[in-house]
Design a protein. Structure first.
Length: 423
């Protein structure tokens, strides 16, 4: 299989991974009524969101499991297993009995399935980054790797489209009865098709090199914590900005704009969908620019842009003017696109190849699980405790500044670096 077919295979898996992420968010209100006692709707909703968070917290476990496999048996083999492990729980959700049918076993099974999904996803996205980077032409490595981030946004946009389509086409009673199962069933079947397609992808030249030279590490997890602690900490520093800024811009801000500033939910949803659609085109372009200018320049520019723009941007959002709102969100979208198109390749090139899959997966999933996944909660908590409306923006600016400092003092330029990493 040529590199362009491999690019398609990796991107499709990533699309479906984030499609499921977006789908659970869209159906969270419905799931709170289907899988939990309905006497207290608020408690049911909180529990549903908690189950969503459990999936995030399980991702580092998946990072260790699939990272170990990726560094021991190969990148391609591990990507086949990860998409298979994602498809099965997705299919199970489509057949899951409700609370009315099996009582407390319904939320218990939903929790276990989300944990299974979290573990599986822990190795999928980071594995895609590595596979794309290690199979890309050297001159276009950032461009190719950016397709993983692009795929994530396509998946979220696709979930939004399916959510709108099902709510418009199906009656509310039909949607609650069986209609919600259809998107999960279709997703699970597509995952199995992608698994069959991935059976044809080739192993990366980097892993083949390690295998031929007998350079595979016996215990990648031990190698990361014994020899690659510096790279692991650098990865955490690099993802600090992107994970928090993305969830701030596209998860917290819609909540803030509709809840605090009383903007229409429909208008904000359509606007966010349009901006995510725009990112699908901007992220590969950012990767292309990164291949021309270098990693350090782009990372420092991104960190400076977000640090300086997020606080005044968040202030202007509160002026209750739609044109200003549109302008600020457009700037945030460009900033996030530049970050996603650059950070992806930087964290791959940050790790030496023998424990690259394990180290990158751990760093990325710990950063996204504990920093990105907690952004809405921290932002709400900061506003409530400090009574300063700009407090969430100061938090995001701090995270971006941390990434900027990490890059300035500890991240070397890796443009054109040999990914074999061993001469």
């Amino acid at each position: 299989m040529n590199r362009y077919s491999s690019l398609m295979s990796s991107s499709l898996g990533n699309i479906l991974e984030w499609y499921d992420f977006g789908l659970f968010t869209i159906f969270s209100s419905l799931f709170s009524r289907l899988f939990f006692p309905t006497e207290d709707p608020q408690t049911a909703m909180i529990t549903t969101v908690s189950i969503f968070a459990v999936g995030f917290l399980c991702r580092p476990l998946g990072a260790i499991l699939f990272g170990y496999l990726g560094d021991r048996v190969g990148r391609a083999t591990t990507l086949r297993w990860s998409i298979l492990m994602i498809s099965l729980p997705t299919l199970f959700i489509s057949f899951l009995p409700t609370y009315q049918q099996i009582g407390l076993f319904a939320p218990l099974l939903l929790t276990l399935i989300r944990m299974w999904q979290g573990v599986s996803i822990g190795g999928e996205y980071s594995g895609n980054l590595i596979y794309l980077a290690e199979t890309a032409p050297e001159k276009y490595r950032a461009t190719f790797t950016a397709f993983a981030s692009m795929g994530a946004n396509v998946g979220i946009l696709l979930a939004a489209f399916v959510g709108i389509l099902t709510s418009q086409v199906l009656l509310e009673s039909t949607l609650q009865s069986w209609g919600w199962r259809v998107p999960y069933l279709v997703s699970g079947l597509f995952c199995l098709i992608i698994y069959a397609f991935r059976l044809r992808i080739n192993e990366t030249a980097v892993f083949d090199y390690l295998k031929q030279k007998n350079l595979l590490t016996k215990n990648p997890v031990k190698t990361v914590f014994k020899h690659n602690r510096k790279q692991l900490l650098r990865t955490l520093g690099l993802v600090c900005m992107g994970s928090t800024f993305y969830y701030f811009s596209f998860i917290y801000l819609p909540i803030f704009l509709t809840g605090h500033l009383q903007f229409s939910i429909q208008h904000i949803s359509l606007l966010m969908s349009a901006l995510i659609g725009l990112m699908i085109f901007l992220i590969p372009l950012a990767g292309f620019i990164c291949d021309r200018l270098g990693r350090r320049k782009m990372l420092l520019f991104n960190a400076t842009l977000i640090t300086l723009s997020v606080v005044p941007g968040f202030y202007f959002l509160q002026l209750d003017n739609f044109m200003i709102l549109l302008s600020v969100l457009f700037v945030f979208t460009i900033s996030s696109s530049l970050e996603q198109g650059t950070t992806a390749v930087a964290i791959v090139e940050n790790f030496p190849p023998p424990a690259r899959y394990t180290g990158l997966s751990l760093g990325y999933n710990i950063g996204n699980g504990f920093l990105g996944g907690t952004v809405p909660m921290i932002c709400e908590w900061l506003t409530a405790k400090t009574h300063i409306l700009l407090a969430p923006a100061f938090y995001i600016a701090l995270c971006a500044a941390i990434t900027g400092l990490v890059v300035f003092f500890f991240v070397p330029e890796t443009l054109g670096e040999n990914l074999n990493g061993i001469e």
